[in-house]
Write a protein that binds this ligand. Structure first.
Ligand code: FAD
Length: 462
């Protein structure tokens, strides 16, 4: 009887799991294993950890329904896997390839000692597969996405895993007790439900609704992609099918726009794969010496959602409350931190990773470098989001702001995006006295543009 280990990392699913399929094809018995790596655990946001643990419980249940079980170990992956190979007699380990610099170092160490086989699956196309005709990596999104689209579509595994025979008696740590997150119950079934529901309707309005902060116009699938509870391959295939059924041009555009967002994810994975240094520095070499102001008080106010700019504060409170933030809001708060406050974007990148359920090194780094104007194909450095105009445009009635900033709940609409303009009598009438219930703006935006442009230019000249 041959035994293989299925080493689970960012692929908490049974459907369209090529690593699992290969393990099942290669061996008579398959042992599903997850190793809690103390290095990664220490860096994970509390809510991301809760989401992962919830996902492990649900995966274990799905495995037990198929006659198997999840083995959980904690420690150095190499040591734990070596022990498990000895205990189970496994002759091979199958794992979905991960692409972050840490994961690649860890995996090549394990592969140098143990019979580890990598199977692609974290993105639809492998990051090394989408290259310019001369073999160089792309650094601009549009040509990357064009090439991505002409490559043959990846095949979704059709195998329905009904039974997994596993060696008996392999000990496991108890799965950590956890309260599922109300907004993001983990698991493959929930991911499938969300994808189906989104592609059944909302995707057709996505092109216009995705930027609206007051609507649920996006899929809210990012945490599920983060932990592979749904594969990128399945999502791509499903949205292309939805596009075939699109009733009109607007609906078709919605599907194309959503596919483009999935390709942005692939783009940032490719960037991290080809340029791992982006985790430590700006992609653009002339954007590495910006003289940041780095005020600790202003950084704290930003983190706490107390900058005095309602859209920024609502977004930061949403992040603190549910560990997730709307994409438009992410762009606004990231621009505000790096450009309005002139605080190094890496502070924001770090804070997001400590808060986000979907915190993902590739997408988070890409989003921050884009917003700060220092990355590949980034927003031009002189484009500074105006949080007041963004609020008026994408949260016109202030529904998002009122939801996350209860102190502004009764502020009249005409003052909601600029509450400091409220006459004192209105402040009292709405229960929101400036400087007491809600802070005055921590930065004067009329001075920001000049200061930011000067700093960015100074950085370039150095
Ligand atoms: C500063 C900043 C930080 C970010 N950090 C992360 C992060 O840590 N993890 C993360 O998954 N996304 C990150 N994003 C991208 C984006 O904000 C989220 O993916 C999106 O808001 C998730 O919501 P959704 O699932 O409803 O997305 P949808 O609009 O439904 O999009 C579908 C999927 O496409 C992918 N996607 C969408 N937009 C982007 C994008 N701009 N870049 C990369 N992938 C994208 C996500 O996997 C998303 O789930 C960041 C963006 C910015 C500006």
């Amino acid at each position: 009887m041959k035994t293989a280990i299925w080493w689970i990392r960012r692929d908490l699913r049974l459907k369209d799991n090529h690593a699992l399929c290969e393990a099942l094809a290669a061996a008579d018995m398959v042992l599903p294993v997850f190793v809690l790596d103390p290095f990664l655990l220490a860096k994970a946001a509390e809510k991301r950890r809760a989401f992962l643990f919830d996902g492990l419980h649900r995966l274990d249940r799905a495995l037990r329904e198929r006659g198997s079980y999840l083995v959980l170990r904690q420690g150095s992956p190499l040591e734990e896997l070596s022990r498990l190979v000895a205990e189970s007699g496994a002759t091979a380990i199958y794992a979905e390839e991960d692409i972050s610099p840490y994961a690649r170092r860890r995996d090549s160490l394990v592969a140098s000692v143990l019979p580890l086989h990598f199977v692609h699956g974290v993105t639809a196309h492998h990051p090394a597969a989408v290259r310019k005709p001369d073999g160089e990596p792309y650094t601009v999104f549009t040509p990357f996405s064009r090439m991505w689209k002409v490559l043959p579509l990846p095949v979704v595994a059709q195998q329905v895993v009904q039974r997994i025979v596993s060696p008996e008696g392999i000990s496991s740590l108890p799965l950590p007790e956890v309260q599922p997150l109300a907004e993001f119950p983990a698991g493959e079934a929930e991911a499938a439900r969300r994808l189906e529901q989104f592609l059944d309707g909302a995707v057709y309005a996505y092109a216009s609704a995705r930027d609206r902060l007051d609507l649920d116009g996006t899929s809210a699938l990012s945490p599920y992609f983060r932990f592979g509870m749904v594969s990128a391959r399945s999502a791509v295939t499903a949205v292309l099918r939805a596009k075939e059924y699109a009733p009109d041009g607007v609906a078709k555009k919605g599907c194309e726009t959503w596919l483009n967002e999935l390709i942005w994810r692939e783009f940032y994975y490719m960037i991290l794969y080809a340029y791992p240094q982006v985790l430590n520095t700006a992609f653009k070499s002339d954007m590495r010496a910006i003289p940041w102001r780095n005020s600790p008080e202003e950084l704290d106010a930003w983190k706490a959602g107390k900058t005095g700019y309602p859209l920024v504060d609502a977004a930061m409170r949403q992040l603190a409350s549910i560990g997730w933030m709307h994409n438009r809001a992410r762009m606004v708060v990231a621009s505000f931190l790096s450009k309005d406050l002139l605080i190094n974007w890496q502070e924001g990148e770090r804070w997001f990773m400590r808060q986000l359920v979907d915190g993902d090194p590739a997408s988070n780094n890409g989003g921050w470098q884009w917003s700060a104007g220092v990355g590949t194909d980034a927003a031009p450095y002189f484009r500074i989001f105006n949080p007041i105009l963004q609020g008026k445009k994408f949260d016109p009635q202030g529904i998002y702001i009122r939801r996350w900033l209860p102190e502004l709940a009764f502020v009249p609409e005409e003052y909601l995006h600029e509450p400091w303009r409220m006459p004192l009598s209105v402040q009292h009438a709405s229960g929101c006295v400036m400087g007491k219930e809600y802070p005055y703006p921590i930065v004067d935006r009329s001075l920001v543009r000049e200061r930011t442009l000067a700093a960015y230019r100074a950085g370039k000249d150095l």
